[in-house]
Design a binder for this molecule. Structure first.
Ligand code: SAM
Length: 281
C-alpha cells in the first residue's frame, strides 16, 4: 500500500511539512486513526511524525490545533523548498507547502534592486525564496509578522539561508510598522493573508513609493455556478481602489488553490500607477 492509497482510502487531506505528515482523517475512520498513522510511518520512511489537524487555521497567528498521533514526539521540523531551508514548529506558526509554486511565481517577477514589503511574512517563506531564487536580486525585503514565534523562526531562517543582507524580519502589526517606519519605501508589496488583505490594502498603498509599484493581494472567493470567481475578485479590489482614488492597472488574477467546494484562494496583481490623489478613509 502506498501513501497515495492511504490518502485515497482514509484521509480528507495530507500535507507533508518537512518530515511531519499532517493528516485529516475521513470522519468514518476516526476510530482507526492511530492505525492509519502507523501505516503512514511504515510506508513512507522519510516521515518521522504523524499529527492530526483538529481545526482549520485560526486566530490572529493563523495556527491549527494539532493532535500528535505517532512517531517522534515533536512538532518541530525542517522543510525544504526550492533549495531554501525553513525551520518551524507547526503548532506555533502558519505554514503551507501548497503555495510553493505561487512563491516561485512571485520570485520570478522581482527585478534588480527592488525594495519589497511582505506584510504577513510568517517564518519568512516568500521573502527567503525571493531573496534566494529571484533571477535579479532585490535590495531589501522587509518581512513583517505579528506572531513572535514566526518572527523568531524568520530570524533563524534568514541566517540559515544566508540572506541577512536582504531579508529584514520585523515583529509587529503590518499597519503600525508601515505607518511608523515603511511609508513610501517599496516597489512591491506582498499581502499573503486572505483574511486581512482587503482591509489592509490602504497600508500596502502607503508602503509603495510615490511613483507606485506592484501589490500582490491574496483573498478567498466564494462563487456560485453562474459566477466567474476572477470577476468577483476583480470587482472586490476595484471597488476599494476607486475609493482610494489611485490610478491602477490589474496585471493578473489567478487561482492559487481550492479551499472548499466553490471557494478559491486567489491572488490579484495590481500595479499602482499613480498615488497622487490617494485618499484614506
Ligand atoms: C496566512 S499566514 C501567511 C504566512 C506566510 N506568508 C506564509 O505563506 O507562510 C498570515 C500571517 O500573518 C500574520 N499576521 C496576522 N495579522 C497580522 C498583522 N496585523 N500584521 C502582521 N502580521 C500579521 C500571522 O501571524 C501569520 O503568520
Amino acid at each position: 500500500m502506498t501513501l497515495r492509497d492511504i490518502k485515497r482510502g482514509w484521509l480528507r487531506s495530507l500535507d507533508i511539512i518537512g518530515d511531519i505528515a499532517v493528516i485529516e482523517v475521513k470522519p468514518e475512520f476516526d476510530e482507526i486513526k492511530h492505525e492509519i498513522a502507523e501505516k503512514i510511518l511504515k510506508e513512507a520512511k522519510y516521515i518521522k511524525v504523524v499529527v492530526e489537524k483538529k481545526s482549520p487555521v485560526s486566530g490572529e497567528h493563523r495556527v491549527m490545533d494539532l493532535e500528535w498521533l505517532t512517531g517522534e514526539r515533536r512538532f518541530t521540523t525542517i522543510h525544504r523548498e526550492y533549495g531554501c531551508i525553513f525551520k518551524l514548529d507547526i503548532s506555533k506558526v502558519y505554514f503551507t507547502p501548497r503555495l510553493s509554486t505561487e512563491r516561485m511565481r512571485i520570485a520570478r517577477m522581482v527585478r534588480a534592486g527592488e525594495v519589497i514589503v511582505n506584510m504577513f511574512a510568517g517564518i519568512g517563506t516568500y521573502s527567503i525564496i525571493i531573496a534566494k531564487r529571484a533571477l535579479e536580486k532585490p535590495s531589501k525585503i522587509y518581512s513583517i509578522d505579528i506572531n513572535p514565534h514566526a518572527y523568531n523562526y524568520a530570524l533563524e531562517n534568514v541566517k540559515i539561508n544566508k540572506v541577512e543582507d536582504i531579508v529584514i524580519p520585523i515583529l509587529g502589526d503590518a499597519k503600525e510598522v508601515i505607518t511608523s517606519r515603511l511609508m513610501g519605501v517599496a516597489d512591491r508589496v506582498l499581502m499573503p493573508y486572505p483574511e486581512l488583505a482587503l482591509k489592509y490594502l490602504e497600508y500596502a498603498i502607503m508602503a509603495l513609493k510615490d511613483s507606485g509599484g506592484i501589490i500582490h493581494a491574496y483573498d478567498f472567493i466564494k462563487y456560485m455556478k453562474t459566477e466567474d470567481p476572477r470577476n468577483k475578485m476583480k470587482e472586490r479590489y476595484e471597488e476599494k481602489l476607486k475609493e482610494f482614488n489611485v490610478e491602477y492597472e490589474i496585471l493578473d488574477i489567478r487561482r492559487t488553490g481550492e479551499v472548499a467546494p466553490r471557494e478559491y484562494r486567489m491572488v490579484i496583481d495590481i500595479k499602482i500607477l499613480n498615488k497622487n490623489g490617494f485618499k484614506r478613509f
